[in-house]
Design a protein around this ligand. Structure first.
Ligand code: FEO
Length: 185
């Protein structure tokens, strides 16, 4: 296999033809950026909670941000595995503050529902293109989004229930630990 030297343009690898349609590659790259934005959003929330003197809440958000990075890397790796081209677009700046801890968790839930919608759009595109490999790849995200929404709903319920007694939740949220995901099967 011949690889031309890197220049201003593309590195051309002879014999590599992407198994992704141009449309699908663009959509997967878009989702990679959306996952990185999610990490950015949750890190912004971590900073908000750190500044508010709620390090347990901040920990929960930091772990969430780490998970989002692994989601982004799944898309990165999949595009490469299909001999596609990863192209990184700009990441929007996240908000810097929320009216209350409950408002932040309302935002988490709304954001996760939005991401579920994005994943569903990808599933639809893969089905339309009869791209079986991408359909299979996306199934992990379909399941993950069910967990993501459930987890956000659970914490939101507790935060609302705690009212002004947020200190009681601090320990619970501080105990969340990032678990590196198992390799995709
Ligand atoms: Fe990557 Fe929270 O969805």
């Amino acid at each position: 296999m011949n690889v031309s030297p890197p220049g201003k343009g593309e590195i051309h690898v002879e014999g590599l033809i992407s198994m992704l349609s141009e449309n699908m590659q663009k959509a997967l790259n878009g989702q990679l950026v959306a996952e990185l934005y999610s990490a950015y959003l949750y890190l912004a929330m971590a900073a908000y909670f750190d500044a508010a003197g709620l390090p347990g809440f901040a920990n929960w958000m930091r772990v969430q941000a780490q998970e989002e990075l692994t989601h982004g890397m799944r898309f990165y790796n999949f595009v490469n595995e299909r001999d596609g081209r990863v192209v990184l677009g700009p990441i929007e700046g996240p908000p810097t503050g929320w009216d209350s801890p409950a408002a932040a968790f309302e935002h988490v839930l709304a954001h996760e529902r939005k991401v579920t919608g994005l994943i569903q759009e990808l599933v639809k595109l893969a089905a339309e293109e009869m791209d079986r490999a991408t359909s299979d790849f996306l199934q992990w995200f379909v399941k993950e989004q069910v967990e993501e929404e459930e987890s956000a709903e659970g914490v939101l319920r507790k935060v609302k229930g705690a009212g002004a007694e947020l200190a009681a939740l601090e320990g619970e949220l501080a105990a969340r630990v990032f678990k590196p995901p198992a390799a995709p099967s």
